[in-house]
Design a protein around this ligand. Structure first.
Ligand SMILES: Cc1cc2nc3c(=O)[nH]c(=O)nc-3n(C[C@H](O)[C@H](O)[C@H](O)COP(=O)(O)OP(=O)(O)OC[C@H]3O[C@@H](n4cnc5c(N)ncnc54)[C@H](O)[C@@H]3O)c2cc1C
Ligand code: FES
Length: 379
C-alpha cells in the first residue's frame, strides 16, 4: 500500500529536495559508499518524509481525475531526483499488493517539462495493478517510480527534427502517450501540419475529453478526428485512408490495441509507405510462438539461492511469480529491460522471436524468455 502523508510545509520540502541530488551524487561515490550504508540513510530519510530519497524517484499524488468510468489520471509532484521525460515515454510504477512488490509501466500523459507529471490508468477486468491503483491510490499517497524510459518519442523540441506533416493515431487507452505528444507540440507552438485521429467506443469512453476540447480551441490548425465505433462502425484501414488521404506523406506515431496496430503495420507494408511509422504496444504480441510444455526443468537463481521447477511453457517471469518469487520487472513485454539478467547456463527460447539459445552468460529478459532445459540465472 502507498504511504499517506500530511504535506510537509513548502519551505521544508523545498530544502529537502534541493539537498537530495548533490548528496545522492556524493554518497554514490564508491569510496563514500564503502563507509556509509546507503540503505540505512534511505530508511532514515523515508521516516523523516516519504518523498525524501537519495536514489529513488518518489512522487506525491496531488490530484486524481476521473476521465471516464474506467479511467483515472493521477497527477503527481515528484521529488528532486525526477530527471524529466520526453513526450511519449513511460515510467515504472511500483506497488506493494498483498505483501508483494509488483510493477507495471504507464505512459506519461502530462506535458514534458511541466512541474507536475501525470499518468492515466484504464481499469483492466481482473487486472492486478490497474484495479489496485483505481481502488486505493488517493491524494496524499506517495509512489515510487522509475525515471522516464522508452523510445516511442517525438524528436526533442530543440532538435529541429520535427517533420512538417505528422499523424498521431491512437485508440482506447493508447491515447495516453499521444496526449503528452500533443501537449508538447502545442507548448512548442509547432507550426507543422498535425492530424490526430483517435478511436474509441463512444463519447463516454473518450479519455481527456475536456483537455482535447481545450487543446483544439487553442490550436486551430490541429486536425482532430474522433471516431466512435458505436455510431460510425468499426474503424478499419480503409477508414484511415479515407480520413487521412495523404497518409504517405505523414510521419506517424501509433498506439492502440493489437488489432489496430497489426492492421496499420500491414497497411504500411502492403502499400510500401516510406513515411516512418513508430508504434508502441501496451500488451504483448498476440502471435507469441507457443513453446510446447515439456519435461519439468529446474530454474536456479544463483545469488539469492532460490529456485523453482517449471514445465517451460511460459515466460520465466510469470513462472517465477507463480512459484512465489518476485523478480524485478516493469513492462512485462520485453521493452523496459527491468527484468534483464544473465543466464549463466541452460537453453532458453525467446518468445518474441522464437530463437532458441544455449550460449552461456548471455543477457535474457525474463518476461519474454521460456526455459527449455535446466537454467541457472544470475539473480
Ligand atoms: C509501454 C507501455 C505503456 C503503457 N501505458 C499504459 C497507460 O498509459 N495506461 C494504461 O492504462 N495502461 C498502460 N499500459 C498497460 C499497463 O502496463 C498494464 O499492463 C495494465 O494496467 C494492466 O495491468 P494489471 O496489473 O491491471 O493487469 P494484469 O494483472 O497484468 O493482467 C493483464 C490482463 O490479463 C488478464 N489476466 C491476468 N491474469 C490472468 C490469468 N491468470 N489468466 C488470464 N488472464 C489473466 C487480466 O484480466 C488483465 O486483463 C502500458 C503498457 C506498456 C507496455
Ligand atoms: S519487464 Fe520490461 S523487459 Fe521484462
Amino acid at each position: 500500500m502507498p504511504h499517506t502523508i500530511a504535506p510537509l510545509p513548502a519551505h521544508r520540502a523545498g530544502w529537502a529536495q534541493s539537498l537530495a541530488t548533490p548528496v545522492a551524487r556524493a554518497l554514490r561515490h564508491p569510496w563514500v559508499e564503502s563507509i556509509v550504508r546507503l540503505s540505512a540513510i534511505e530508511d532514515s530519510l523515508q521516516a523523516l518524509h516519504p518523498l525524501m530519497s537519495l536514489t529513488e524517484v518518489r512522487a506525491r499524488v496531488v490530484k486524481v481525475v476521473n476521465e471516464t468510468a474506467l479511467t483515472k489520471t493521477f497527477v503527481l509532484q515528484p521529488n528532486a531526483l525526477w530527471a524529466g521525460a520526453q513526450a511519449g515515454q513511460f515510467v515504472r510504477v511500483r506497488q506493494e499488493i498483498a505483501g508483494r512488490r509488483v510493477e507495471r509501466v504507464y505512459s506519461l500523459s502530462s506535458r514534458p517539462g511541466a512541474r507536475r507529471i501525470a499518468f492515466t490508468v484504464k481499469r483492466q477486468s481482473g487486472g492486478q495493478v490497474s484495479n489496485h491503483l483505481h481502488d486505493h491510490l488517493k491524494v496524499g499517497d506517495v509512489l515510487t517510480l522509475s525515471q522516464a524510459m522508452g523510445e516511442f518519442v517525438l524528436p526533442a523540441a530543440t532538435s529541429n527534427m520535427l517533420p512538417a506533416k505528422m499523424l498521431l493515431l491512437s485508440a482506447g487507452s493508447g491515447i495516453t502517450p499521444v496526449m503528452a505528444m500533443l501537449r508538447s507540440l502545442q507548448a512548442q507552438s509547432y507550426l507543422g501540419d498535425v492530424a490526430f485521429v483517435h478511436i474509441c467506443r463512444a463519447p463516454d469512453d473518450l479519455i481527456f475529453a475536456d483537455a482535447l476540447k481545450d487543446l483544439a480551441a487553442r490550436w486551430p490548425t490541429l486536425r482532430l478526428v474522433l471516431h466512435f465505433d458505436e455510431t460510425e462502425g468499426r474503424f478499419t484501414t480503409d477508414t484511415l485512408q479515407h480520413l487521412v488521404p495523404d497518409l504517405h506523406e505523414r510521419s506517424t506515431w501509433l498506439c492502440g490495441p493489437s488489432g489496430l496496430m497489426d492492421a496499420v503495420h500491414q497497411l504500411w507494408i502492403e502499400q510500401s509507405i516510406a513515411a516512418p511509422l513508430q508504434s508502441e504496444r501496451f500488451v504483448a504480441f498476440t502471435s507469441l510462438p507457443a513453446t510446447a510444455p515439456g519435461t519439468p526443468v529446474q530454474v536456479r537463481f544463483v545469488t539469492s539461492q532460490k529456485g523453482f521447477t517449471t514445465q517451460g511453457s511460459g515466460p520465466l517471469l510469470v513462472q517465477a511469480e507463480q512459484a512465489g518469487l518476485s523478480p524485478k520487472h516493469g513492462c512485462r513485454i520485453g521493452i523496459c529491460r527491468s527484468c534483464q539478467c544473465v543466464k549463466a547456463s541452460g537453453t532458453v527460447e525467446n518468445l518474441q522471436t522464437g530463437e532458441v539459445s544455449s550460449a552461456p552468460n548471455e543477457l535474457i529478459r525474463l518476461c519474454i524468455t521460456a526455459a527449455r532445459s535446466d537454467v541457472t540465472l544470475d539473480l
